[in-house]
Design a protein around this ligand. Structure first.
Ligand code: PHE
Length: 426
């Protein structure tokens, strides 16, 4: 018998998948580098025309076909089953390095209770490897325990905690001296930047990553649905995800400006710059611990969803039980993640002049993710009967989504994704 979410459990787990490193660490600096408040406008447009339709499509496919991404695509048309395998590959590829960063956040949240952490000193030890493995064990244990008893129960506790931690940090950040400078930088819209098509593509790419779209995660989560209002649930997920991303900006920018640091430090911000700043702050260690705990919770609940994609595929396609399935994924991810876990260490793994982890992030996060979303959406929309899809979407909803969504999914979204892929490649 296939397990089923409770209504709330499904929504919280999906929010947990969406909220992650993408919101708390990536979103603020992308906003900072791309026209401040203007980027926010582009982002909101992107989630309406792009994020929302894709999300309801993925959830409904999962709910209708009740199977892993591979199984569901196979039921739509046997030929596109391979796209499902590609989605699993991309998802696990992302997981392999995402877990390394999750491990860093775990280490930082523990160590910052005792000392000030220096990134280089930290990565020269074997702690990154150990923490990667511990985090992998934690998510394996949760996923192995099952949908309702494992994932749902953990998300029911962690998600409310995450919201509380965010509020605490926002209060601390906006009451720092000079916080207003940071808020001004964050929100002042440079409207002229909206004529730059790049801003729009960045907004779409960020929506893709942040909402966990395009690799079958939401198909997988949807496959454990019983009966729910998909448009409404999707809206709740999208609003929560965006709220946390926007609030993260109210944490990062006031802190950075209050201590006179250049905000465009990019990805280094969280692990190099912020720990230094925290050490100058009243109760700095305490807030540093909270900050990294927040990142860790966000990353953990996202990693769980990625692991579930592989697990459900092994269960539905290869008829393994959940225990065996999670054990296999554990082995794959451990091996695939090793070079990323060692890449900032003295082993200094580099590929094309980039550390291995950065290379993985670029390859999987920036290139293969949009490619996967592009071919999966095209494949699904090519073969599925529009009427059947629309019926599934609207089954549990009083407010009906109009037919208009079909051409959006079939033509507009693939074209946008294609442009993103080409932009990344050239
Ligand atoms: N949505 C997650 C985040 O914002 C990351 C993620 C990307 C998860 C792709 C799954 C797939 O961090």
């Amino acid at each position: 018998m296939r397990e089923h979410w409770s209504k709330l459990g499904f929504i919280l787990a999906s929010i947990g998948s969406a909220i992650g490193l993408g919101n708390i660490w990536r979103f603020p600096y992308i906003v900072g580098e791309n026209g401040g408040g203007a980027f926010l406008i582009a982002y909101i447009v992107a989630i309406i025309i792009f994020g929302f339709p894709l999300m309801i499509m993925e959830f409904s496919i999962g709910e209708k076909f009740k199977g892993s991404v591979v199984t569901s695509l196979k039921k739509i048309h046997p030929k596109i089953k391979y796209l499902g395998f590609f989605a699993v590959f991309v998802c696990l590829g992302i997981l392999s390095y995402y877990l390394v960063i999750a491990g860093w956040t775990l280490a930082y949240s523990v160590f910052s209770i005792f000392t000030q952490i220096d990134f280089t000193d930290f990565t020269n030890t074997l702690y990154p490897l150990a923490m990667f493995f511990i985090t992998l064990l934690i998510i394996t244990f949760i996923v192995r325990t099952g949908i309702k008893k494992g994932i749902e129960r953990v998300c029911n506790v962690l998600l409310p905690t995450l919201f509380i931690l965010v509020i605490l940090l926002v209060i601390k950040a906006v009451t720092l001296p000079n916080a207003i400078e940071g808020i001004r930088f964050y929100l002042t819209p440079d409207i002229s930047s909206l004529v730059n098509p790049r801003i729009w593509l960045m907004a779409i790419a960020q929506a893709l990553f942040s909402l966990s779209l395009g690799t079958g995660i939401l198909i997988t989560y949807g496959s454990y649905l019983k009966k729910t209002n998909i448009p409404k649930s999707s809206l709740i997920v999208i609003i929560s995800d965006t709220l946390i991303a926007v609030l993260a900006g109210f944490i990062i920018f006031p802190i950075v400006f209050s201590f006179g640091i250049n905000p465009a430090t990019g990805p280094q911000l969280a692990f190099v710059t912020l720990p230094k700043i925290f050490s100058f702050m009243a109760f700095g260690h305490f807030f540093e611990t909270i900050f990294f705990l927040l990142l860790f919770i966000g990353a953990l609940t996202s990693a769980i969803s990625m692991m579930e994609v592989g697990t459900t595929t092994l269960i539905d396609e290869f008829k393994l039980n959940r225990k065996k399935a999670t054990l296999i994924i554990l082995g794959i991810i451990f091996i695939a993640g090793l070079p990323s876990a060692l890449s900032y260490s003295s082993f200094n793994f580099t590929v094309f002049g980039k550390t291995f982890l950065d290379m993985m992030d670029h390859l999987f996060g920036d290139i293969l993710l949009p490619i996967c979303a592009l071919i999966m959406t095209t494949g699904i929309m090519w073969f599925i009967k529009p009427k059947a899809l629309l019926e599934e979407i609207n089954k549990g909803s009083k407010i009906k989504i109009p037919y208009f969504i079909i051409p959006v999914l079939k033509y507009l979204i693939p074209v946008l994704l294609l442009v993103i892929v080409l932009m990344e490649l050239f």
